[in-house]
Design a binder for this molecule. Structure first.
Ligand SMILES: [Zn+2]
Length: 311
């Protein structure tokens, strides 16, 4: 059976998986190099792929946390060291590995994984929303991933409030500014400095306010955490309902670090917030992702197999 290696390049973790017949056969996980720029990261990918490579591997797919452009370029990716522009990923890896390499946005890769083998199986039109450090999205229409010129499905940067909160991208009122973990952390610290007591700052201290910190604070009934999550849910409802009005998908799959940590209850709240905004009494299923951490690497491997004509 022709198999492929899928790479999920994240801001903190680099996950590399060998995928045989649609199943993850072996996984290697390491920290993403935080210095040395794109060259160090591409080197880590090359070494990781070589370690998992078997003779039946015919292609490599890479999902990366930035817009994926034609020609195998990715970026800017603010969560990766030195990646403040479009970086060539396909050509250097193809030359080093002597294998065909496909490159795409990481949430688009996860969308392909969930559509083929996870919570999106069985529908032709699907929106995948990834709620983690930021908010990403992937759009499957007529059974195929829609990439447009590189930005299709970037739900996180949809405007949900004109002139609203500042987004990490520099824009205002974008979904990610309300529902991304990093933006929620900034807002929690802002409210804390304005005099509100909150477990979020108590638990995180000066460190990153991880998804587990939000989960713990919510479990104790922390008021600021409750407000921030309520605002995130509302914002997601507005964005998903707006997306549904434009492309009328049959199902929405919600995954990502923060969503996984807060569980199916969060997804049910997002479904209700979406329903409250939907046009013409439309119904829309909103369900949790099913493939967990492997979704991106699995999807990238499937895309690579397709591109290599070996599916
Ligand atoms: Zn933005």
């Amino acid at each position: 059976v022709p198999s492929a290696i899928g790479v999920d390049l994240g801001g903190t973790k680099l996950l590399i998986a060998r995928v045989v017949d649609g199943v993850v056969d072996e996984v290697a996980k390491q920290d993403t190099p935080s210095s040395g720029g794109p060259a160090a990261i591409l080197d880590a990918i090359r070494l990781g792929v070589d370690r998992l490579r078997t003779p039946d591997v015919v292609a490599v797919g890479v999902g990366a946390p930035g817009p994926g452009w034609p020609g195998g370029l990715v970026g800017p990716a603010p969560n990766l060291d030195g990646w403040d522009r479009r970086v060539e990923v396909e050509a250097p890896l193809r030359e080093a590995l002597r294998l065909p390499v496909s490159v795409l946005n990481d949430v688009n890769a996860a969308a392909v994984g969930e559509h083929r083998l996870g919570a999106g199986a069985g529908v032709d039109d699907l929106l995948v929303v990834w709620v983690g450090t930021g908010v990403g999205g992937g759009l499957v229409l007529d059974g195929a991933l829609r990439t447009g010129r590189g930005l299709a499905g970037e739900l996180g940067h949809m405007v949900i409030e004109a002139g609203g909160r500042l987004c990490g991208c520099g824009g205002r009122g974008h979904l990610e500014a309300y529902a991304g973990r990093a933006a929620m952390e900034r807002e929690a610290r802002r409210r804390h400095e304005a005099g509100r007591a909150t477990k979020l700052v108590e638990l995180a201290g000066a460190k990153r306010m991880k998804s587990s910190v939000f989960a713990k604070a919510l479990a104790t009934g922390d008021e600021v955490a409750g407000e921030l999550l309520g605002e995130a849910v509302e914002a997601l409802g507005v964005a998903i309902a707006s997306a549904a009005a434009l492309v009328d998908v049959q199902r929405v799959v919600v995954g990502g670090g923060l969503a996984d940590r807060l569980g199916p209850q969060l997804v049910e709240r997002i479904e209700r917030a979406t329903a409250a905004q939907l046009f013409a009494g439309l119904e829309l299923e909103v369900v949790p992702a099913r493939l967990g951490d492997d979704a991106g690497a699995l999807g990238a491997a499937l895309v690579a197999l397709d591109a290599a004509g070996a599916h």
